[in-house]
Structures are given as C-alpha cells and as structure tokens.
Design a protein around this ligand. Structure first.
Ligand code: PLP
Length: 430
C-alpha cells in the first residue's frame, strides 16, 4: 500500500539541522546524539521524509539496516576524534576550530580513492576537462554540475567528499558542449554514464539540456543514468511535478535509437517493498528504458546472502536486471563497513547459487579500483597453495580484460591493495 504520508508531497531534504530531532526518535541519549552529530561534521548527512517514514523501522533503530544506511554513527570515526569534535560542537559549534578539526579528520579518510580528482580526467588542448572521466575505452563518465547531490546520502558513499561543501573537492561540469566536442575527438566512446551525486536530482528541463545533444551523436549506443532515486525517492518517477515530463524524455532517448539504462542503486530488499517503487519501475520500463541494479556489499547493512538473493529475485520479477555486487571502496569509514574479500565471495556465491539463471546477469564481488574492475572469482588450491582467483571485468588497458590471475589467499584482505600476487612477481595491471 502506498502511504499517504509522502505520496504527492514535494521533495524536501532533511539535513544536519533536523538531525538531533531524528536521533531522538531513534532513542539516543543526549550524549549519544552529540557524538553522532559530531560524526556528521565530517561525513555528509542528508535524508528525506520517504526514507524516514517508509524505509526505516524506528522500533529497531539504531540497529535497523535502513537507519544505518543514512544516519551517522559514532563508531564510524576513531573515538578520540569524535570526542574532540563533540566537545567543539558543544561549546563553539560555529567557530573556526570545529571546521578545521572536521577537515583534518576528513583528510585522513582517503577522500579521493582511485585518484578521482586528477586521474582519468581527459584534456582537450592544454585544459583538463572538468566533470569528465574517461577510464575505459568505450565508456565516459559525466558529472553534471546540478546533479552533485542525492535525495539522501548513504553513510558508506565513496563519493562522500563531494558532498561536504569543500570547493576544491568538487568535480563537475555544466558544459555539455565540451563533452560533445570530446566525444567528437573520441569515436571509440559508445557509452556515456551520467552520474554524480545523482542525476535524477535534476529537474526535467535541466536533465533534458544534458541529454538532448547526445541523441544527435551516431557513435553513442547507450546512455546510463546512475541513480538511487528508485530507492530513496521513487516519487521522482511517479508523483513529482516533472515525473511525466521525465518519462517522456526517456521515451525520446529510446526513440533516438539509444539504449537508456537506469543504473539503479538498491542496497537492501526493503527498498523494493513500497507500492511507489513498483509504480516507478513500471513507468520507467514503459518508456523502453532498461533498469539495471547494483550496490556495494556493506557490513551490518546487507552482508547476508539471503538479502542479496532476495533482492535479485524481486528485482528480476519486477523486470529489472541485476548487474553488479561491488566491494566497498577504500575511503570514508571503510573499517566500519568493509567485508573481507573472502567473505564477500562466499556471500556472492551463496546468493548466486539461490537464484535462477535469469538473475545470474549479476557479477561480483567487484572492486572498482585504479587499474579497473577486479572481480573475485573464488578461492582455489593450486600446487598446494591457497589463492584467490581473480579477473578484470574492466581495465584501462583492454588487453587485460578477462584474463585470470591469482593472489595469495588472505582471509583479512578487504581491498586490492591488501593482495599479493601468487605465481608471479606482479599483477597483470602492474
Ligand atoms: C563500473 C564502472 C564503470 C562502468 O563499467 P561497466 O563495466 O561498463 O559497467 C565506469 N566507470 C567506473 C569508474 C566504474 O567503476
């Protein structure tokens, strides 16, 4: 049943100004609330009425996985940092010392994994293009300036540094002509992935301004929209004032002969339950767009195989296509959310074994790292040595795609940089 609470209501973000009140609802004491708010001086917080009223089970908060998905928790940061920030927040919340202390903690959280700011940013002539990443031969990522936020923020987001209002951390463009010029010089690019933030935070007229020029380009086979709006604000496709216009825009993209892929981020099966999501999915599919689903594997939120097999089956039944299970990236509160690769593989394998072949379009667990996407294919015993079997799903160097390689088994390894090559001096990408 759709709830009257949020249906038809205009989108309004809840920010740190609303945080104390919301934390109170989770039953936290004054001291606990102060410490959670101290974390929110470092990591971005934003949510909305749909997440709060429809997704979170408040009787289970603060342990509820949907609560953990959006609310800051004090153990996400080192206790001494939280104590120092909490003291400043309590005594001088608007002073420069709190800002400086928060910035210092941020810098220790590897805010730019995989060289996000400088690597992969192409140049035209002498100028480095803002808001464009060309990492794989066929695929270009574009970050529209008006899409640099989301309907709610995930506590584990690897792009969290973009959202904290630190100007030099941002990387976005409002210049679609620059992208079109770049594509003209790079006929090998067939797929444009529009991401952010969340491009679906943009209203239809702005989204249209970005999409229309791409429809003229013969070389472009697919346009992808990376979004969590289906999980966090499905109204975007159903009852928002520009929902119908947005769906007409989707139809135009399809009519132009492009594959329009809505890359939907779903973290937990609960995000698939509301009638609004079912409506939104139906309406998007009716435009001819394809919805593919992806999410990272996050400790304490979705680290159980039955949650993944349940998500994939429900998504499949709703007409969506399971695409990737990611490994949580090496940034932000990674110690807090990371699942070791060995465990991640077990969860993936068990979930994968529980679904029909039609759901096995999903791949993972996959690390989106500097050299490309590395997939953990399993653990094997070769010549008496226990090893991880890996392959690259994507690589900067297309020659490396699909070739198996090995790493020493390490039950504690959580990311590519924890792995050591086996049967070789180095990994193929080194
Ligand atoms: C996953 C990913 C893409 C898209 O890769 P596909 O395998 O084509 O889905 C593009 N850029 C980055 C940085 C990625 O991690």
């Amino acid at each position: 049943m759709s709830s009257p609470i949020t249906e038809g209501r205009r989108f309004r973000a809840y920010t740190t100004r609303h945080l104390d009140e919301l934390l109170e609802r989770a039953g936290l004491s004054g001291e606990q609330r102060l410490r959670a708010r101290a974390v929110a001086t470092v990591l971005p917080f934003r949510t909305n009425a749909y997440v709060v009223d429809e997704l979170i089970d408040w009787s289970a908060a603060p342990d509820d996985p949907m609560y953990r998905l959006v609310f800051p928790q004090e153990d996400m940061l080192p206790a001494e940092d939280v104590t120092a920030l909490a003291a400043l927040l309590d005594t001088d919340p608007r002073g420069p010392r709190l800002k400086a202390a928060a910035a210092a903690v941020r810098r220790r959280l590897n805010p730019h994994p995989a060289g996000q700011l400088e690597l992969n940013r192409p140049t035209v002539g002498d100028s480095r293009l803002q808001g464009i990443q060309h990492k794989y031969r066929e695929t270009v990522l574009f970050f529209p300036q008006q899409g640099q936020t989301c309907h709610a923020y995930c506590t584990y987001c690897f792009r969290w540094a973009q959202f904290v209002g630190d100007a030099d951390l941002k990387m976005a463009s409002n210049d679609i002509d620059e992208l079109v010029r770049y594509l003209g010089e790079h006929p090998e690019v067939t797929s444009v992935l529009i991401t952010g933030g969340d491009p679906m935070i943009m209203g239809e007229p702005v989204l249209r301004r970005y999409l229309t020029p791409l429809l003229e380009l013969e070389q472009i086979e697919s346009i992808r929209l990376g979004t969590k709006a289906l999980g966090y604000w499905p109204q975007r496709f159903v009852t928002d004032p520009d929902a119908d216009a947005t769906l007409r825009l989707f139809e135009e993209v399809v009519a132009a002969g492009k594959n329009l892929a809505v890359m939907a981020h779903f973290t937990h099966p609960r995000e698939l339950e509301s009638e609004l999501v079912a409506d939104a999915v139906r309406r998007i599919r009716d435009t001819g767009a394809i919805i593919r689903t992806q999410a990272p594997l996050i400790r304490s939120i979705n680290d159980r195989p039955e949650l993944w097999s349940g998500m994939w089956r429900t998504q499949h039944r709703m007409g969506m296509v399971p695409y990737y299970m990611f490994v949580e990236r090496d940034t932000g509160p990674q110690d807090y959310f990371a699942v070791p690769l060995a465990r991640a593989f077990d969860i993936f394998r068990e979930a994968y074994s529980q679904v029909s072949g039609l759901c096995r379009t999903v791949r993972g667990p996959s690390m989106s790292a500097d050299p490309g996407k590395v997939c953990v294919d399993g653990v094997a015993e070769i010549g008496g040595e226990r090893v991880f079997v890996l392959h690259m799903i994507q690589a900067r160097d297309p020659e490396l795609v699909g070739t198996p390689f090995f790493a020493e088994y390490d039950p504690h390894a959580v990311w590519l940089h924890d792995l050591k090559p086996a049967f070789a001096d180095r990994f193929p990408f080194q």
